[in-house]
Design a protein around this ligand. Sequence first.
Ligand code: SAM
Length: 303
Amino acid sequence: MKWYWKCVIDSGKALFPFQRQLRQIKYTLKPYPGDIANEKLTIGQGLLEVDWVRQVRSWDGLAVMEVGTGWQPLIPIVFSLAGAGRVYLADQNRLLTTSSFASTIEAIRREKHWIAERLGIEVSKIDQALAWKPADGLEAGLKMLRLEYMAPCDCRAMPLPDHSLDVVTSRAVLEHVPPQVIQDIFHESRRLLRPNGLNCHIVDNSDHWEFRDKSLLRINFLRFTEPVFRWTTIHSLNYQNRLRHSQYLDMLRKASFKVIREERDIDQPSLEALPTFPLAAPFRGFTPQDIATITTYVLAEKS
Ligand SMILES: C[S@@+](CC[C@H](N)C(=O)[O-])C[C@H]1O[C@@H](n2cnc3c(N)ncnc32)[C@H](O)[C@@H]1O
């Protein structure tokens, strides 16, 4: 489907009230539809976050907060299996249901050999940790894995004490958050983290309309001015801030974090298209590498 048709349909849906309640009813009536490829990608990125943190800290007993858990707490479960003492699942929308939790457990069970190998644990430890069935209920499942679901909440002002966390993390979330809110979340993470605490984030900087329309360049959205682009994000779940890699690093530094590791995926077709690509004015001051970066990986320490 051409991306603009999907955009029109979503914008139409946004006009109807009770979107959240309708979604809840939908997934109470029918099972949450897991997506094997996406689940595998998410688990892989969770394992990467664990690796990055493990290179500078021991995981045993760490207190972690994930910003923007969504429907499936795949990464919090990976963190829990890696040895985190407590994982807080913070989200401005309450999306997790028993059905989506069940599909998450199924995905982790499916990938248990890979996860066990990467975490350096026995497969039996995963089997033991996941001894849960939907009839036990969501609360029991969360408790079993030392997860605490805090949604809806405002990640700019969390009901958690100062210096109570070791890691604040996210994956595929920050690109959906307005820049000033991200800056405030980073400032709040400074309050929440203990000395030398870590921010560890993976950001998808690509044009998310490309997921629906593979004819698009992965940076296609950078051709639009801000007022024009906002017409494509009338539905709040479609909001994308279009920030580039360097801007996330700058925001972390502004909140007094020291970037200790940063990596990126650069989209080669986008880089090659740039000499003739009609970049909108706000993006013309960035380097070609910054513009063509479609994934940001960053680890920053409270300094
Ligand atoms: C694309 S989903 C990603 C979910 C999950 N992290 C994953 O990797 O599958 C984005 C999530 O971010 C949440 N979100 C968006 N803005 C947020 C904010 N300001 N604070 C907390 N969560 C937010 C949304 O509710 C949604 O659950």
